[in-house]
Ligand binder design. Sequence first.
Ligand SMILES: [Zn+2]
Ligand SMILES: [Zn+2]
Length: 236
Amino acid sequence: MRLLGHRSIVDLFFPKRCVLCDGTLSGEEEGICGGCIGKIKYIEGDVCAVCGRTVSDNAELCRECAGRKRGFQGGRFPLSYELIGDSVFRFKYANRPEYGAFYARCIVERWREWIEAVDPDALIPVPLHKKRFNKRGYNQAEILAKEISNLINVPCLPDLVSRVKNTAPQKRFDRKQRQINVKKAFIVNENSVKLSTVIVVDDIFTTGSTIEALSDVLKKAGVKRVYFLTITAAET
Ligand SMILES: [Zn+2]
Ligand SMILES: [Zn+2]
């Protein structure tokens, strides 16, 4: 391997790709290419105290959260859908698990203080149903949660919750249908969970139905507070 410098033979057959343009990365580039790095801009300004979406004029809550009670405490994401939506689609559906490390760095860099204030006991990736896991070969939320876990030294518990219903992808449905779709989708694999505060990790926050459903079963099992972290949020 000496001849290749720090690039391994694996990199030659499966070259690492840029999260934004999907071009092949050179040996020195990590996660993103030199041409794209300047395009990464984090969410700035006032955000909804609950879901983390940008709000105007110092509003405390966005319109979505103002109108109803959420089952979870709140959550944050670092990047706009406009910027990163296509990339996250490849992360999920086009065999790009390696993007996860870069997203995790963005999440932690932008929201480190928020994460410290939340002070989670564990990170819980949204589980995939076994059938979908076998088809895809990886759970993108678990990859992301493990990368975040390494950066902030909080344990990742991918086996605490299982997805028992092979739900149709949420993007096909409106809000009401999404709630029905994820109802009874999850079970907690322990009778009494000794965790006060957890952060659920997922790729995209949309209506929040998935996080609500997960929060619901976790709270029934004894968890007090449920937050979330995602890469981005899509419009509902
Ligand atoms: Zn690029
Ligand atoms: Zn909100």
